[in-house]
Each structure stands twice: as C-alpha cells, then as structure tokens.
Design a protein around this ligand. Structure first.
Ligand code: IMP
Ligand code: MG
Length: 173
C-alpha cells in the first residue's frame, strides 16, 4: 500500500539534537541518582529509546500502556490504563516519558496516579507540547518542542497506527 511522506515540521537532525539537550538537562537535575524511566506506550517508545541511550546515569526502564485517543484526531478526554508496571516505584526517582502533550489530560492522569505510589521524585518529559490545546495547569519538566495545534505524526506518533516509524515529525492535517 503506497503512502506519501507527510511534510516535515521538525527534521531528523533537529529531533536528534534536541534529544541530546534534554538528556543533558536530566543529567544535571538528577546527578548522583538512579533514574526510573516510565515509557508511556505506544507513542513514546522511540523518543524514550533515544533518550535513555543519551542519559549517562543508571537508568531502569518501565512501560505503561495508556490510551486516550481511540484512533481519531481529537482527544476523547478519557484515559484507560492498558498495561501497568510490575515493579513498585516507592522511593525511586521517576521520569515519565510522553510523546506529546495535547490537552494534557493523559499526562495529568498518570502523574496523579503515580504520585500515590510515593516516588522519591516525579518528573515528566514530553517530546512535543501543543500549548494552545493544554487544558490543565500541568507543568512539563522537559519539553522537546512547542508546536502549533496541528495533527502531527512520526518519531513514535501515529495516525491510525501508521507513521510511527518516520524519523522526523511530519504534519498530517
Ligand atoms: P492528551 O491527553 O490530550 O494530552 O493527549 C495525549 C495523547 O494523544 C498523546 O500521548 C498521543 O497519543 C495523542 N495525540 C495528541 N496529539 C496528537 C497528534 O498530533 N498526533 C498523534 N497523536 C496525538
Ligand atoms: Mg501517547
């Protein structure tokens, strides 16, 4: 099935350079600590894989599955946990890694849930942020790029499960 490549919003070189910068900030903030990274599936698996390889600290990696979009282009506002972690995070320095913050409802939901598990610290990183769409006063500790309120794909982000393997961020709308 032939599929044309969506136009570029953020090219591969900028994507990769920004990952390194985020890693440096995380290293500075968490120097001397072991870090538990929670990769939010599916969208953040590629960003997370690049990010943890760029972080020069002891890193454990966990996965949580959340779904909020159900295949469309607008947020449903409803968050479902489709996969939970096996390991406790009590007393751990936790970094939640997201692909994109749109309304912010998904990340807000997961941070509230993880706070109850009493980590030593809880931070979050999102590769992309649509500030115009943000519906909560959520503070994202590490943001790759702020982008306009458009539908983007690539670098882990999908439209109906396709385009996750693009190495850059493209625009679909
Ligand atoms: P939020 O709960 O509205 O912040 O939505 C977050 C989730 O919606 C992300 O983790 C993505 O899975 C999905 N999402 C939001 N905007 C986009 C987009 O532009 N492209 C692809 N997925 C998106
Ligand atoms: Mg996601």
């Amino acid at each position: 099935m032939p599929m044309s490549n969506p136009p570029v919003l953020i090219d591969t070189a900028r994507v990769q350079a920004r990952v390194q910068e985020i890693a440096r900030s995380i290293e500075a903030d968490l120097a001397g600590h072991e870090l538990t990274v929670i990769c939010i599936l599916k969208g953040s698996f590629i960003f997370c894989a690049d990010l943890i390889r760029a972080i020069h600290l002891p890193v454990k990696c966990e996965f949580m599955g959340l779904s909020s979009y159900h295949g469309g282009k607008t947020s449903s506002g409803e968050v479902k946990v489709t996969l939970d972690m096996k390991e406790p995070i009590e007393g751990c320095h936790v970094l939640v890694v997201e692909d994109i913050v749109d309304t912010g409802l998904t990340l807000q939901y997961i941070l509230n849930a993880l706070k109850l598990r009493q980590p030593a610290s809880l931070r979050c990183a999102s590769f992309l942020l649509k500030r115009e769409a943000l519906q909560s006063d959520l503070k994202v500790d590490y943001v790759g790029f702020e982008i306009p309120n458009r539908f983007v794909v690539g670098y882990g982000l999908d439209y109906q499960e396709l385009y996750r393997n693009l190495p850059y961020i493209g625009v679909l709308d």
